[in-house]
Structure formats: structure tokens, C-alpha cells
Design a protein around this ligand. Structure first.
Ligand code: NAP
Ligand code: NAG
Ligand code: NAG
Length: 328
């Protein structure tokens, strides 16, 4: 009798965990953290690249609301000014600065940007650097990628981002504290059929920043690598640069992605995954059962290329079994 009760209890817990896993939008550690840790945010200077739209813009708004001071960077000055204007409608104008920056423009201008960022807010220095900018990511077969896309992706996502880090880190080390938050991707953990170069660039970031933390964590430098799956950043009407093409793709809203990113950063997590299923399951498989995970992705690969070509759902369970011909 007692045994039966224990078995039932075990079953109930297992089912509850399964349901939670099926409906969650982040990895278990991240989801267990609760709200952002405000102590780590209030009054801090947060520098965000790619703040002119998408996740970066939303992140800036949430950081400001939580009491941070933000520096908005991207190339498009008029878009940055628009974001600033919208932000200062809800907070003191003294908490938002615009700092135009092209990550592909080479060391000299990155150096100038770092000096400028350090001098803002009466020289209080950058507490947290959010590497969020990235080159566009259209879906293309690996062998059809162009040299230009390869160069641009690596210049912006990898070389520019690493260069900026190398220029900023010495200031943080002098202060004995600093935090790098890196917007990587599920494509930085798993194969991403149709996005080989993008995936390669994000894997590079994961390697660099986890290594950087291992070298500098005892000197007060924190690193949080955030790996989102599909995120809803554009109002859907045709594919944007971010390749969001199909309205049946179930994507985590960018507001939630930004919120979970801030939770991960403010609780000092080393890595965080943000996604609905099935991408989250694939991430767990690749991390903990790679043989099964890669087998699964090999089943999906070619089907996903077809789905991308037909602009249909590239995150569907159906890809595993082969796309049914769409009747349009
Ligand atoms: N959206 C998703 O589904 C998704 C999923 C996983 C990971 N992510 C990652 O999350 C981050 C944000 O994604 P998103 O979809 O919000 O991006 P997005 O809408 O494509 O915006 C990219 C941002 O980067 C800036 N940028 C582009 N090239 C730049 C350069 N050379 N120098 C400086 N800034 C540059 C853009 O501003 P300007 O054009 O004004 O420079 C823009 O603000 C990216 O790292 C992306 O890889 C996104
Ligand atoms: C910046 O954004 C505005 C408005 O979205 C657009 O009209 C303009 O062409 C962009 N500028 C550059 C340099 O891309
Ligand atoms: C990165 O820095 C190196 C020098 O350290 C420079 O040669 C290269 O052009 C820079 N690349 C980018 C994209 O900033």
C-alpha cells in the first residue's frame, strides 16, 4: 500500500515536471530564479549594442525601468534617437545616452567609442556591456553562403564584438568589476540548418566568452551567455532581415526574452537558454545526449531547408517526419 502511494506520488511529480518542460520558455535554472535582482541593476551603467530595434531596444527599456542608466549603440543614429525619445518619456532624460557605433568599422573607432562610453554619466564607467548587435541572418544553404555574408557576419558578430571586449575589459579590471552579457543563440549551441555561418559565429562567441570568464572571473569580471531560440521581434508581414517568415512559428515574445535575459544577468548566471519547444528540447539533447541530439538534427536538416525555401514553419515538430506538401 505504502509502495503504491509512493509510486503514485513519483508518477505525479514526473508528469508535473514533463508538463512544465513542455510549456516552459527557458531552461530549468533560469526559470527557477524568479524576478530580476534589482540590486544588481539600480544605478548601474548598461551599454547595449544593437539597441536601435528588436531585442536590444526592448532590453534598453526594461533596464531603464529597473533603474539602470543605459547607453544605446547601433549604426542608425535616427533610430537610436527615436528609441531615446521613447525611453525618456518614461524616465529622467539623464538616464539615457546615445552612442553611434559600427562594430565593423575597425579598432580605432571602437577605441573612441569605448573612451566615450567610459566618460558618459560623469565618468562612472560601464558596469555591464550587452553584446546584442548581430548581422542579418537570412536562411541559406551552407554551400550557397556568399563571401560577403561570411565576412560581414564574422566582422560584426565575432571580430568587432571581441575587439570591443578587449578594449573595454581593461577599464573593468581596473575597477575590479564588470559584466559582459552576450546575446548568443540556440544556433550557438546546436546545428542550425540554413544558418551555417550565423551558427558558426555564435559558437565562436560562446567559446570566446566562456573562456574569458574562466580567465577573469577571479578578477571581478562576470560573463553571461544568453542563448535564445526563435524570438518574436518583428510584426509579421513578410520576412525581415531576421528571417521571421511564418506566422505559425511559435516564438517567445521579445519582451519576455529581454526579461529573462535581465533575470539571467542580474542573478549572475553563466549561461541561459530562452525558447519554447521543440528548440529547448533539442538544446537539452545536444548538451546532455549529443548522440541522440545530432541524430535528431540530421533528420531535420534537409527538411528545414525545404521549409525555409517555402517560407513555412522552420521550428515545427513536423520537420522531423518530413514537411507535408503545403496546399496554398
Ligand atoms: N530574433 C531572434 O529570433 C533571435 C534568436 C536568437 C538570437 N538572437 C540574437 O539576439 C540579438 C538581437 O536580435 P534581433 O533579432 O533583435 O536583431 P535585429 O532586429 O536584426 O537587430 C540587430 C541590431 O544590431 C544592430 N547592428 C547591425 N549591424 C551592426 C553593426 N555593424 N554595428 C553596430 N550595430 C549593428 C542593428 O542596428 P543598425 O542597423 O542601426 O546598426 C540592430 O539594432 C542578435 O545577437 C541575435 O543574433 C535573435
Ligand atoms: C535609419 O533608419 C531610418 C528609419 O527607419 C531609415 O529611413 C534610414 O534609411 C536608416 N539609415 C541608415 C543609414 O540605414
Ligand atoms: C579587430 O582588431 C584588429 C587588431 O587588433 C584589427 O586588425 C581588425 O581589423 C579589427 N576588426 C574589427 C572588425 O574590429
Amino acid at each position: 500500500m505504502l509502495f503504491l502511494l509512493a509510486a503514485l506520488l513519483f508518477l505525479a511529480v514526473a508528469i508535473a515536471i514533463l508538463i512544465k518542460f513542455a510549456t516552459t520558455d527557458g531552461d530549468f535554472t533560469l526559470i527557477s530564479k524568479g524576478p530580476p535582482n534589482k540590486k544588481e541593476i539600480e544605478g548601474k551603467v548598461v551599454w547595449i549594442t544593437g539597441a536601435s530595434r528588436g531585442i536590444g531596444e526592448i532590453l534598453a527599456g526594461q533596464y531603464v525601468n529597473l533603474g539602470a542608466k543605459v547607453i544605446l549603440s547601433a549604426r542608425n543614429v535616427s533610430e537610436l534617437e527615436r528609441v531615446k525619445t521613447e525611453l525618456v518619456a518614461t524616465c529622467p532624460p539623464s538616464r539615457v545616452e546615445v552612442l553611434p557605433l559600427d562594430l565593423a568599422s575597425g579598432e580605432e573607432s571602437l577605441k573612441e567609442a569605448v573612451e566615450k562610453a567610459e566618460s558618459l554619466f560623469s565618468g562612472s564607467g560601464v558596469d555591464c556591456m550587452i553584446h546584442n548587435a548581430a548581422f542579418e541572418r537570412p536562411k541559406r544553404k551552407a554551400l550557397e553562403e556568399t563571401e560577403e555574408a561570411l565576412q560581414a557576419t564574422f566582422n560584426i558578430n565575432v571580430l568587432g564584438t571581441i575587439n570591443l571586449t578587449r578594449l573595454l575589459a581593461p577599464y573593468m579590471l581596473k575597477r575590479g568589476r564588470g559584466h559582459f552579457v552576450v546575446m548568443s543563440s540556440a544556433a550557438g549551441k546546436c546545428p542550425a540548418p540554413g544558418q551555417a555561418i550565423y551558427s558558426a559565429s555564435k559558437h565562436a562567441l560562446n567559446g570566446y566568452f566562456h573562456t574569458l570568464r574562466s580567465e577573469l572571473c577571479q578578477k571581478g569580471i562576470k560573463v553571461t551567455v544568453v542563448c535564445p531560440g526563435p524570438i518574436q521581434t518583428v510584426k509579421l508581414s513578410g520576412a525581415g532581415s531576421s528571417g521571421q517568415s511564418d506566422s505559425t512559428e511559435k516564438r517567445v515574445p521579445s519582451e519576455r526574452c529581454a526579461e529573462l535575459t535581465i533575470v539571467a544577468a542580474s542573478h549572475g548566471l553563466k549561461e541561459a537558454w530562452i525558447s519554447y519547444q521543440p528548440v529547448l528540447l533539442v538544446m537539452y539533447l545536444i548538451q546532455y545526449m549529443p548522440t541522440i541530439g545530432y541524430w535528431f538534427m540530421d533528420k531535420i536538416g534537409a527538411n528545414r531547408l525545404d521549409a525555409a525555401a517555402k517560407k513555412s514553419n522552420t521550428y515545427s515538430w513536423k520537420l522531423f517526419f518530413g514537411e507535408k506538401k503545403k496546399t496554398t
